[in-house]
Design a protein around this ligand. Structure first.
Ligand SMILES: NC(=O)c1ccc[n+]([C@@H]2O[C@H](COP(=O)([O-])OP(=O)(O)OC[C@H]3O[C@@H](n4cnc5c(N)ncnc54)[C@H](O)[C@@H]3O)[C@@H](O)[C@H]2O)c1
Length: 462
């Protein structure tokens, strides 16, 4: 029942065993797609982790005629029951289930026995790498929730397994499909901002009521200051990362869109990284205010700085700034800024300034630009995305995985994107631990970034 601890030798052994025979060779630079003989029209999919996020993604899968949800695995019977009830309500056949006995390795049985084309992984972060590696070794395509792994070695292991097996792998980074984010991608490609110079993004989301609750499954947000075994949903596992780690813990929502704009791994790459962390006050203040100074959790020392600021340099001269801000009171904002020689967009005010179009030194509202530069995906599927999670973007991220897998086409957010975006976490931890040192960013593509086509696949299909 205990998950692999964040850096335990037991976990390393598990990973090494699971990559045995594959070797840990440097990447060849080519992402292999396991192309089927003929494009498929229907997929048998499974899901590991049917918690709160898994259920949102499951809803999208159950709406699709081209998907059979054949198998579900969760070690929390209440979460599994909720997912089964969703399948029943949708009028779908009952998926086979694993994990009722709370065996944390039950997913291996599911992957071996369920005859799946692909699997969605929506478990706690520490499980993502071993589960993705196990699935790819069994030739089951992977759609993995953010992040790809915990340690830097995890990221190499996930990458090497993908390269060795050719099994498709997509990071399910939904913010890349946000309506304004994709409209800005069109604007970047049309040259509206001129040559890109600087990008910003982040994860600025007050998670205090996610990291602590009472443990009551009916009230997953707030209402208590428990975490770990006494917490429920993310409080059960996510909060421990704030106790043990200091770094940019959730980079992909911010870096994903910035990497698309800057064509990372498609003619550009990250070359350097450093990170600064502020003091840690917010979580302890919250626990003391909500639970009282005598509550045992009031004495917990959280390692995660309240504001972690990470800087990246890119081969083509752009800088990227990310901010992780989850422990203080604030309204939600990912804080995007896209700035080039001819102007900039900032999402916090939904405003834009383009030289020659906007009045000098003044902001313009973004909406008319969004309408004019609407991405083909949104033009085609806005109605289908209506009501899907996170303003519709959860429809698109599942749609992309399913359509690319059916077509045997490259995944739009591929293994190189996944590992580089996600490796920002261990690299930022390392930078902070070494006195905010600037580190070289590993080239996961082994030079292939120079010749890969300057696109993220996003077209009107996926
Ligand atoms: N992209 C997004 O917008 C978004 C939003 C929320 C969460 N997430 C990500 O989704 C993932 C899941 O988050 P969540 O909010 O659903 O958390 P959750 O705690 O609600 O769900 C996780 C589920 O995994 C199950 N689980 C744990 N270990 C398992 C194992 N060994 N085998 C099978 N099941 C196991 C748990 O019982 C739980 O039901 C995380 O990686 C999180 O970062 C992404």
């Amino acid at each position: 029942m205990t998950p692999p601890s964040l850096k335990s030798p037991q976990r390393r052994a598990l990973l090494l065993a699971s990559t045995a025979g594959l070797g840990l060779a440097a990447s060849s630079g080519a992402v292999r797609a396991m192309a089927p003989a003929r494009p498929r029209t229907r997929l048998r999919l499974g899901m590991i982790g049917t918690g709160l996020r898994g259920q949102v993604l499951l809803r999208e899968l159950l709406r699709r005629e081209d998907v059979e949800v054949a198998a579900l695995c969760d070690i929390e019977p209440l979460m599994l029951a909720k997912a089964l009830a969703m399948a029943e309500k949708a009028g779908r056949p009952r998926p086979a289930t694993w994990g009722e006995d709370r065996d944390p390795e039950a997913w291996r049985q599911m992957l071996a026995k369920a005859g799946l084309d692909g699997v969605i992984i929506a478990t706690p972060w520490e499980w993502h790498a071993p589960m993705a590696i196990g699935a790819m070794q069994g030739r089951v395509a992977v759609g993995c929730e953010v992040v790809a792994g915990i340690t830097l070695q995890d990221h190499w292991d996930v990458l090497n397994t993908q390269l060795q097996t050719g099994t498709p792998y997509m990071l399910l980074e939904n913010v890349c499909y946000r309506r304004d984010v994709l409209a800005v991608l069109q604007m970047v490609r049309a040259g509206l901002f001129g040559e890109l110079v600087h990008l910003q993004g982040g994860y600025q989301h007050d998670l205090r009521a996610v990291k602590f609750n009472s443990g009551d499954p009916a009230k997953p947000y707030g209402g208590g200051v428990e975490f770990g075994p006494k917490g429920w949903s993310e409080a059960r596992w996510r909060t421990e990362h704030s106790v043990q780690r200091n770094g940019e813990l959730y980079p992909s929502h911010g870096i994903g869109p910035c990497a698309m704009y800057a064509n990372i791994h498609r003619g550009n790459r990250f070359t350097h990284i450093n990170a600064f962390a502020s003091k840690a006050r917010g979580l302890q203040d919250y626990v003391q205010a909500q639970g009282g100074k005598d509550h045992p959790n009031a004495r917990v020392r959280f390692k995660l700085g309240d504001i972690v600021t990470t800087s990246l340099a890119c081969e083509n001269g752009e800088t990227i700034l990310l901010q992780h801000d989850t422990s203080l009171p604030r309204p939600y904002s990912l804080g995007f800024r896209v700035q080039g020689t001819k102007g900039l967009w900032m999402d916090v005010n939904q405003s834009i300034h383009i030289e020659g179009r906007s009045k000098p030194h003044q902001w313009e509202p973004f909406q008319p630009y969004q309408d004019r530069f609407e991405h083909p995906l949104w033009k085609k599927h806005a109605a289908a995305a209506e009501g899907a999670g996170h303003g519709g973007m959860d429809f698109f991220v599942i749609h992309a995985f399913v359509e690319a897998l059916k077509a045997g086409a490259p995944m739009p957010i591929d293994i190189y994107d996944a590992v580089a975006w996600s490796a920002i976490t261990p690299l930022s931890e390392q930078s902070i631990a070494q006195g905010f040192k600037t580190l070289e960013f590993p080239d996961f593509t082994a030079g292939a970034w120079k010749t890969r086509k300057p696109i993220f696949a996003f077209d009107e299909r996926y």
